[in-house]
Design a protein around this ligand. Structure first.
Ligand SMILES: Cc1cc2nc3c(=O)[nH]c(=O)nc-3n(C[C@H](O)[C@H](O)[C@H](O)COP(=O)(O)O)c2cc1C
Length: 217
C-alpha cells in the first residue's frame, strides 16, 4: 500500500514554519487532478495564508485552534454552477461526445442531477469534492506536510454560524451558488514525537466478501 495512506493522520499542532508556495501549489494540483462524475470538476480551492482570514476561519469553525495556527488553510468550495447546461455541455464535448449523446444525458435524471433540483445537485457536488480533498491530504503527507480536514464549520450544510459565514463570503468575494464545503489545515507538525495511533473499525466489521457479513479468511 502507498505509505501516505498508512502514515497520514490528522495533526492539530503546527510549528511556525511556513509552507512554500511551490508545495502549496503541488497540493492544490493534486486536488485539481481528482476524478469526478463525467469529469464535471465542480470545485474551487482557495489557499489562505493571511492571518486575518485564518482568524475568521477559526471563528467560523467554532474556535478550533489549529485553524488559526496552520501555515495555510485550503478552502474547498462546491461549485454547483459546474452543472449548468452550457458548462457541463462543454465538458462533455471535450470528452468527444456527440450532440445527440449529450442531449440524452441532459434528459436523464441519473446522469444529470440538475433535473432533480438544486439540493440534489449540491449532494452530488459534495460527493465529488471529497475525492479532491482526499488527494490533497495524501499529497501533503507525501511532501512531509501535516493536515487536518475541518468539517465542523458554518456553511450551507450545517446551517450554523451564518453571520460569520456571510462575513467570510463577502471578504473572499465568493460567488453565488458556490459553497464552502470544508477546509484543510496544513502545516509542519510541532509535536512529531507524539505518535498518533490509527483507530479504525476491524477489517471484518467494514468489509465483506461476495455478500454482506461474509468474511475474508
Ligand atoms: C469530513 C471530515 C470532517 C472533519 N472535521 C474535523 C473538524 O472539524 N475538526 C477536526 O479537528 N478534525 C476533523 N476531521 C478529522 C477527523 O476527526 C479524523 O480524520 C478522524 O478522527 C480519523 O483520524 P485520522 O485522520 O488521524 O486518521 C474531519 C475529517 C473528515 C473526513
Amino acid at each position: 500500500m502507498i505509505k501516505e495512506i498508512v502514515n497520514r493522520s490528522s495533526v492539530r499542532t503546527y510549528s511556525d514554519k511556513k509552507i512554500s508556495d511551490e508545495n502549496i501549489k503541488t497540493i492544490l494540483e493534486a486536488g485539481r487532478l481528482a476524478p469526478s462524475w463525467m469529469n464535471v470538476q465542480p470545485w474551487h480551492f482557495i489557499s489562505i495564508s493571511e492571518q486575518e482570514t485564518k482568524n475568521l476561519l477559526y471563528e467560523l469553525s467554532f474556535c478550533q485552534n489549529h485553524v488559526k495556527t496552520a501555515s495555510h488553510v485550503i478552502l474547498c468550495l462546491a461549485d454547483i454552477t459546474a452543472w449548468d447546461d452550457s458548462k457541463f455541455r462543454k465538458i462533455l464535448q471535450s470528452r468527444g461526445m456527440a450532440d445527440e449523446q449529450i442531449n440524452n444525458i441532459f434528459k436523464n435524471e441519473t446522469l444529470y442531477p440538475k433535473l432533480k433540483g438544486d439540493e440534489r445537485v449540491l449532494l452530488r457536488t459534495v460527493e465529488q469534492c471529497t475525492y479532491a480533498m482526499s488527494q490533497m491530504i495524501l499529497e501533503a503527507e507525501n511532501l512531509g506536510i501535516s493536515s487536518c480536514v475541518i468539517g465542523a464549520l458554518g456553511n450551507e450544510l450545517t446551517e450554523s454560524n451564518q453571520e460569520i459565514y456571510l462575513k467570510l463570503r463577502n471578504k473572499l468575494e465568493i460567488p453565488d451558488k458556490v459553497y464552502l464545503m470544508s477546509m484543510i489545515t496544513l502545516g509542519y507538525n510541532s509535536k512529531p514525537e507524539l505518535e498518533i495511533k490509527k483507530i479504525r473499525k476491524d477489517f471484518n466489521e467494514v468489509v465483506s466478501k461476495e455478500k454482506f457479513g461474509q468474511k475474508f479468511d
